[in-house]
Design a protein. Structure first.
Length: 105
């Protein structure tokens, strides 16, 4: 399960580098054929769409199994994050639960 900010119109370089090191078929630590999804929480007008487009390209390249139902946009504003760092908004919580269910199943 991934979530990422957008940097200069793409995936942050360090995150892409992490995925580059997860390349490999039967190698230990490989992401090959592993089920993956993402939650895009950007509340910006562009919705960090380019970051997730580039994430999809990299995940496809390393042959991860992208679970479509586990790839969603759930905008989260700063006001929705409590002083304890937790998000209690019921819509967000339900959406995250649905995404995790989709990934697990
Ligand atoms: C170097 C840098 C480049 C960024 N480039 C983009 C971008 O291309 N598109 C975008 O929507 N946000 C961009 N952002 C904003 C980040 O994705 C993120 O929303 C921002 O750092 C706020 O995160 P925070 O609320 O955790 O501080 C950039 C941020 C940084 C530091």
């Amino acid at each position: 399960m991934f979530s990422t900010p957008e940097y200069a119109g793409a995936l942050p370089g360090a995150f892409k580098n992490l995925l580059e090191w997860a390349v490999g078929d039967a190698d230990v630590g490989s992401i090959y054929d592993k089920p993956v999804g993402w939650i895009n929480v950007s509340a910006s007008p562009t919705g960090a769409a380019d970051a997730y487009r580039s994430l999809a390209i990299v995940l496809g390249y390393v042959h991860a199994a992208i679970v479509a139902e586990a790839c969603v946009r759930i905008p989260v504003t700063r006001q929705m994050v409590g002083s304890d760092g937790l998000i209690t908004d019921p819509v967000v919580c339900e959406s995250v639960t649905a995404v995790l269910d989709a990934l697990v199943s």
